[in-house]
Design a protein around this ligand. Structure first.
Ligand SMILES: [Cu+2]
Length: 323
């Protein structure tokens, strides 16, 4: 019976695995993930793309080892107690209640573990939050609105512009959304993560984002860059990052800010210094909405040479709708 079940289930599992892989490959999973985009069935944290994010993930993994060690140790103790000291095996239990050595160990050991955890944590926290050491190359003001982001580059003379989710309030994926995504150079799967305009920053430069809120509290957060700051009306919070590679990195508003909280994504395009300079010059002169941004599909194609087909398909879809 069991054998026949296995025989029936094995091909199904294989089919599922193949389907899963095919889905991931169809989207250029590896490339997309490299670009800081969540992929279907993805595990683990998004690949880090800033110094702080790399440190955060290293710390996260260190903590995971410590937690695993503690959990395994406690589980082993529990199993020993259950198996060796149950009433059936251990008929005459010991009557003592104190043991100075053990008590000293279980007090001192957690203290040592906490110190081991605290030192790198505080060091990283200072790296993130101590702005006296941060020398910004680019300053951006990000303002949260119900429900879109507004960006401004005050020092570069780029006037405020809105960044709104593509296909905002469309109930389902349809030809209109698809065409909009294609027009802005995003793969179809980027719906709900893609925005019409993006934050453009140069690679390897220190970017400071000053976050505030226009109406209610929002939160500007991009996981791959390891940043998150609340946008509180009438206050300014700061965050900084130095992107380590070019790509398109997505984030979300992470403060419950109203009905459409989940429809105000964030897109940060990390580009070369030259591309950034060209964009910034244009944005200063004509406004960011009127300047061509490097698109995700173009960047993916350039990065790996593997997404050319998607570029073609997207262009064809856009052309078909425009006709
Ligand atoms: Cu919000």
């Amino acid at each position: 019976m069991i054998k026949s079940m296995i025989r029936v289930k094995a091909p199904k599992l294989a089919t599922l695995a193949v389907a899963f892989l095919a889905t991931a490959l169809a989207f250029g999973g590896a490339i997309a993930q490299e670009f800081g985009v969540p992929v279907p069935g993805g595990l683990d944290l998004q690949p880090p793309a800033s110094e702080v994010a790399i440190d955060q993930q290293a710390l996260h993994h260190q903590m995971l080892y410590i937690i695993t060690g503690i959990t395994v140790f406690v589980l082993a103790l529990l199993l020993i107690v259950i198996l060796r000291y149950n009433s059936a095996v251990n008929k005459t239990p010991a009557r003592f209640t104190h043991n100075s050595l053990i008590e000293a160990i279980w007090t001192i050991a957690p203290v040592i573990i906490l110190i081991v955890i605290a030192v790198p944590s505080v060091k990283l926290l200072l790296k993130q939050e101590d702005f006296s050491k941060v020398k910004p190359d680019v300053v951006i003001k990000a303002t949260g609105w119900q429900w879109q982001w507004q960006y401004e580059y005050p020092e570069l003379g780029v006037q405020p512009y809105f960044s709104k989710m593509i296909g905002y309030l469309e109930p389902v994926m349809n030809a209109k959304v698809e065409a909009e995504l294609a027009k802005h150079g995003y793969p179809k799967d980027m719906w709900k993560l893609a925005t019409d305009t993006a934050v453009i920053v140069p690679v390897g430069k220190t970017v400071v984002v000053r976050v505030t809120g226009f109406d209610v509290i929002h939160s500007w957060s991009v996981d791959s860059l390891g940043v998150k700051a609340d946008g509180v009306p009438s206050r300014t919070n700061e965050l900084w990052f130095k992107a380590t590679r070019e790509g398109v990195f997505t984030g979300q508003c992470k403060e419950l800010c109203g009905t459409n909280h989940s429809y105000m994504p964030i897109v940060v395009k990390v580009v070369s210094e030259e591309t950034f300079a060209t964009w910034a010059a244009c944005a200063k002169e004509k406004g960011a909405e009127n300047c061509k941004e490097p698109t995700m599909l173009e960047m993916m194609a350039k990065a790996k040479g593997g997404a050319k087909k998607e570029v073609k398909t997207a262009k064809a879809a856009a052309a078909a709708v425009e006709r």
